[in-house]
Design a binder for this molecule. Structure first.
Ligand code: IVH
Length: 678
C-alpha cells in the first residue's frame, strides 16, 4: 500500500468506525459485531502507526467513543474516563507482560478480572452517601444519571465502615440475561423493537427519563476501579477489597496472578466458565496490581498502559439447520433466514439466524439438514458462519434460492453490483407496502401508537396502500373493523394527528428512502432545510452533505425523480406534516435559557416532543429532581416520588398551561384546519 492508498484507507476506516461507534453508543443498536469493529480499529491503529503524519486528534484511535445524550445534564469527570486497549491474541498479552517487565524495576503482580459487557458508570460517594453517578460520555464529561442509578437495587445509597470522606468508584451497569429476556419479550408484545443484546439494553435503560422504570428493568452493577488519585491504597486489589467492606458491589471473580502462565490459566478457565454466569462478559481485563507501578506506566490519550483487555472470540454453537424462510423487506430485498434446532448461545436460546444472501449460502455450501455453526456478534439475529461437514447427513438437500417473490410471486431480480435478490414489484407487493407503512409509523419515525398487526389489518381491509392513506381513515371506518372500539380508534387517530409535531428530519427518515437511516436523514434535513430543496438537489449537491457518499446520494436522487414519491410527499404535506426544518433549537427563543427542567407525567404532546420544545427554547432537560432543578413540569399523573422530592427541596412545580405561558410563540399544532379529514 502506498502513501496515498494508506491515506484513503485511513479516512475510510475512520468513517466506518465513527458511524458504528454512534450506532453502538448513541443509538444502542449496533449493526456490526464487536469483533469486526475491533478488527477495523486495529487496522486503523496499524496504519496510523506506519503513517504517523495522518494521525489527528479526532481519529477514533485517539478518542473514547461517546454515549452523550441530549436529555441529561452533562458534568465533567474529575479524572478522565478512559477505554482499554484490547486484543484477541494471547501473544499480545505476552507482549503486554513483557513490556511491563521491562519498564518496571521492582516486582509486581497482575490482577485479572472479568470484562463485564455493560455500560460504564462513575459513582461519587461523599460522607458515605451516593451523591453523583455519571456515564462515561465522551470520557471528559458524562451524562448525570444519578436519579436513575438510585433505582438500581445493588448500588448502596449509604456506605458503612471506614470509607474515605469522598471518593469515586467506577464500574459497569449490566442487565442480567433473565431481565434482558423478560424485557425483550415485553417489548415484542407491544410491537417495540427488541434490544440487540444485554449491553444495549443496559445502556438504553440507564438513559430512560423515568427513574421508576429504570428500577423495574432489573439492572445490576459491578464495580472494578477506584481512580488511584482518589484513595490512599498500595494496590488495586486492596482498594477493591476495601470497597467491598464498605458495602459496594465488587466482583469476587478476580484473581491475583504472578506470571503469564497464571494469566493464561485464568483466561482459559473463564472462556468456558463464563457460559454459566447470569450476565454477559466479553473478555478478561489484566491490570498491573501495584498502584505505584500503574503510576509509573501512565496513560495514552485513550487508555491506561497498565491494563489490557483480552477479548473472547464470538461465542459459537453447532446445531441442525431445519429450513430456510425467505423474508421480503420494505425495500424488496429478499433475505434468507435459517430456522435452527434451538440451541443455547451467549446466554439466550437461538432458533433463527441470518444467512445474508445467496452467495453466502453457496460459498459455505450450506444444505438443509446440515449441522451449522452459529455465532453471535452485536446483531440481534445471529449469523451462520460455517458447516460441520463431518456431521452432514446423507440426505442433506442443497438450498434452492427462490426465483419468485415468496409473497407476490413476481420474478426476483438482481441489480448490478448487488449481492441480494429483489422483488421489483414495489407498488403492489403486499409485504413491501406493509413494510413501508410499518417503517413510517415506527417509534423513531412518526411514532404512531400502532404495530405490525394494525398495519396488516388496515391493509387487508383495503384502507392503506401508502403512508398518506393513514390520514384518510375515518373513525367510522376504524370502528367497523374487528376489535376496534371507540377508545382504541380515538387513540389511533389522536396519535396520527400528533405526527404534525414530528420534526422534518424524522419525517424524512419515515419516508423510508433506501440507505437513509436516522442519522443520515438528520444530516440531509439540516443541510438542505426542506424537502423541496432536497428534491431539486443534483447528486453533487447531495454529496456535499457530510457522511453522504455515492450510494446514499444516488438513492436520494433516484427517489426524488419518481413521480409517485413526489405525489405521496405532496399528499403528506397537505396533511400538515413538517417538510421544512425548524431553525435549530435555541433559535426558537431563549425563554428557558439557564433553566434545568424535569418532566413527569403525560402532556398534550408526547414527552419526546415536550423535551424538544424545552431544548428549542434554550432550556435543559434532566432526568431527576435535584438541587439544580429549576422546576418540575408536571403533566397528568406525575411520578409521586418526583413531587415529593420537589416538596422536600422547595422546587416549584408547573403544569403544562403555566409552562406554555412562559414561551413566546404559540406551540399548539398549527395546521389544525387542514386536518379536517380526521
Ligand atoms: S478498568 C482506566 N475493568 O471495558 C481503565 N474496565 O473496553 C478503567 N470494563 O471502559 C477500566 N469490565 O467500561 C475495567 N473489569 C473491568 C472491566 C472494564 C468491563 C469496560 C469499561 C471500559 C471498557 C473498555
Amino acid at each position: 500500500m502506498d502513501r496515498a492508498d494508506a491515506k484513503q484507507r485511513i479516512l475510510e476506516l475512520r468513517g466506518i468506525l465513527e458511524e458504528n461507534s454512534r450506532r453502538y453508543y448513541v443509538d444502542n443498536a449496533p449493526t456490526m459485531s464487536d469483533q469486526d469493529f475491533d478488527f477495523l480499529m486495529h487496522e486503523l491503529e496499524a496504519l496510523e502507526a506506519e503513517y504517523p503524519e495522518f494521525v489527528s486528534a479526532d481519529s477514533p484511535t485517539q478518542r473514547v467513543g461517546s454515549d452523550l445524550d441530549t436529555g441529561f445534564v452533562k458534568r465533567a469527570h474529575r479524572f478522565p474516563m478512559l477505554s482499554l486497549g484490547n486484543t484477541y491474541s494471547i501473544s499480545e498479552i505476552e507482549d503486554f507482560a513483557a513490556r511491563a517487565d521491562k519498564a518496571l524495576e521492582s516486582g509486581f503482580t497482575y490482577c485479572c478480572e472479568l470484562k463485564f459487557d455493560g455500560t460504564a458508570i462513575c459513582l461519587t460517594y461523599r460522607n458515605g452517601r451516593l451523591v453523583q453517578a455519571l456515564t462515561r460520555g465522551d470520557g471528559v464529561q458524562g451524562d448525570d444519571v444519578t436519579e436513575n442509578v438510585r433505582h438500581i437495587s445493588n448500588i448502596p445509597q449509604k456506605l458503612h465502615g471506614d470509607y474515605p470522606q469522598e471518593f469515586e468508584i467506577r464500574g459497569e451497569i449490566l442487565m442480567p440475561y433473565a431481565s434482558f429476556e423478560a424485557l425483550n419479550a415485553e417489548r415484542e408484545d407491544i410491537g417495540e423493537a427488541p434490544f440487540a443484546n444485554p449491553r444495549n439494553a443496559a445502556s438504553g435503560s440507564l438513559k430512560l427519563t423515568d427513574p421508576d422504570e429504570v428500577g423495574r428493568r432489573g439492572l445490576w452493577c459491578t464495580l472494578y476501579h477506584i481512580p488511584a488519585q482518589s484513595v490512599p491504597f498500595d494496590t488495586h486489589d486492596e482498594a477493591l477489597t476495601k470497597a467491598a467492606s464498605w458495602g459496594l458491589p465488587v466482583s469476587d471473580k478476580r484473581r491475583l496472578c504472578h506470571n503469564i502462565d497464571e494469566i493464561k490459566e485464568y483466561i482459559d478457565y473463564w472462556d468456558g466458565a463464563r457460559a454459566d454466569l447470569p450476565f454477559a462478559t466479553d473478555g478478561i481485563v489484566i491490570k498491573i496490581n501495584e498502584l505505584s507501578a500503574q503510576r509509573a506506566l501512565g496513560y495514552t490519550a485513550k487508555s491506561p498502559r497498565w491494563a489490557v483487555a483480552y477479548k473472547f472470540k464470538a461465542e459459537q454453537a453447532c446445531t441442525p439447520l431445519l429450513s430456510i424462510d425467505y423474508q421480503v423487506g420494505r425495500t424488496g430485498a429478499v433475505t434468507p433466514v435459517a430456522n435452527l434446532a434451538p440451541v443455547q448461545l451467549g446466554g439466550t436460546v437461538v432458533k433463527r439466524a441470518t444467512l445474508v444472501n445467496e452467495d453466502q449460502i453457496a460459498s459455505l455450501d450450506i444444505r438443509i439438514g446440515d449441522s451449522v455453526y452459529v455465532e453471535k456478534g452485536g446483531e440481534i439475529i445471529p449469523k451462520i458462519t460455517g458447516v460441520n461437514l463431518d456431521l452432514r447427513p446423507a440426505g442433506a438437500v442443497p438450498v434452492a434460492f427462490p426465483e419468485r417473490c415468496p409473497d407476490c410471486g413476481t420474478p426476483l431480480v438482481k441489480q448490478e453490483g448487488e449481492a441480494k435478490w429483489f422483488c421489483p414489484n414495489r407498488d403492489a407487493c403486499p409485504t413491501q407496502i406493509k413494510g413501508r407503512i410499518v417503517h413510517f409509523i415506527g417509534r423513531k419515525a412518526m411514532n404512531v401508537q400502532a404495530g405490525d398487526a394494525t398495519v396488516d389489518q388496515l391493509y387487508e381491509a383495503g384502507l392503506v396502500r401508502t403512508p398518506a392513506d393513514l390520514y384518510d381513515i375515518s373513525m367510522y371506518q376504524l370502528m367497523s373493523l374487528e376489535g376496534w372500539q371507540e377508545k382504541a380508534s380515538q387513540r389511533f387517530l389522536d396519535s396520527l394527528r400528533k405526527t404534525v409535531e414530528v420534526p422534518f428530519e424524522r419525517v424524512l427518515f419515515a419516508l423510508g428512502i433506501r440507505f437513509v437511516g436516522e442519522t443520515t436523514a438528520r444530516d440531509i434535513a439540516r443541510h438542505f432545510g426542506s424537502i423541496d430543496a432536497i428534491a431539486r438537489a443534483e447528486k453533487e449537491q447531495l454529496l456535499e452533505v457530510p457522511e453522504v457518499g455515492e450510494v446514499i446520494a444516488g438513492s436520494v436522487y433516484e427517489y426524488m425523480r419518481n413521480e409517485k414519491h413526489l405525489a405521496e410527499i405532496e399528499r403528506l404535506k397537505a396533511k400538515g406534516l413538517q417538510f421544512t426544518a425548524k431553525d435549530s433549537a435555541s433559535a426558537l427563543s431563549g425563554a428557558l435559557e439557564g433553566k434545568t427542567i424535569v418532566i413527569s407525567g403525560n402532556f398534550s404532546i408526547s414527552r419526546d416532543a415536550m423535551k424538544e420544545l424545552i431544548v428549542a427554547h434554550g432550556g435543559k432537560c434532566a432526568s431527576g429532581v435535584s438541587g439544580s432543578t429549576s422546576f418540575l413540569l408536571a403533566g397528568t399523573k406525575p411520578g409521586p416520588e418526583k413531587l415529593r422530592k420537589c416538596e422536600q427541596l422547595g422546587i416549584p412545580v408547573k403544569n403544562e398551561e403555566e409552562f406554555l405561558a412562559m414561551l413566546p410563540v404559540p406551540v399548539q399544532p398549527q395546521q389544525e384546519t387542514e386536518l379536517t379529514l380526521f
